[in-house]
Design a protein around this ligand. Structure first.
Ligand code: INI
Length: 153
């Protein structure tokens, strides 16, 4: 039996990051966490490209554009979607998640969904670098593993 289990090294990997400006007091923390993770795993700063977009709704278009460019080994999407009085946030989460998964499969490149999806502000803060960790850091770690796995397969 052959098992594939890759190393968590970011050396030589090209990362495209899309980060939403909506709720940027949170998404800046996600971005910092992601960058910290990539650099600490050996990524070269020159191999990290980050594009800011207005909100989570706009992330799939830019993710698709980055994925089709051939310039990146993996794409990471960061954002914070917080439920409000309307169903708007729920629709964003469903639609965006489906679109990102479709891009990933159709373009044959890992697209990592690093959206914080929270019921309220407190939950979102907890996941953006406080008591429940940093979703940006976790998404970056997943990206490193997936990029290496795609190379290996
Ligand atoms: N965008 C977010 O990134 N997070 C949210 O919580 C959010 N809510 O709840 O409205 C949000 N809305 C903006 C949306 O992503 C688009 O930028 C906007 O609709 C323009 O298309």
């Amino acid at each position: 039996m052959k098992e594939i289990s890759v190393k968590l090294t970011a050396e030589g990997i090209k990362f495209g990051i899309i980060v939403s400006r909506f709720n940027d007091f949170l998404t800046k923390q996600l971005m910092e966490g992601a960058k910290d993770c990539l650099i600490r795993h050996g990524a070269d700063d020159k191999n990290i490209t980050a594009a800011w977009v207005p909100g989570a709704n706009e992330t799939p278009m830019v993710a698709d554009k980055m994925a089709q460019s051939g310039k990146y080994d993996v794409v990471i999407v960061l954002g914070a979607v917080i439920q409000g009085a309307t169903k708007h946030a729920g629709l964003i989460i469903t639609q965006v998640s489906k679109s990102l998964a479709r891009t990933s499969i159709e373009r044959n490149i890992p697209v990592i969904n690093g959206l914080v999806c929270a019921d309220n502000l407190e939950q979102a803060i907890e996941r953006s670098g406080t008591k429940s960790g940093n979703k940006g850091w976790a998404a970056a770690q997943t990206a490193i593993e997936m990029a290496n796995l795609y190379k290996e397969i």
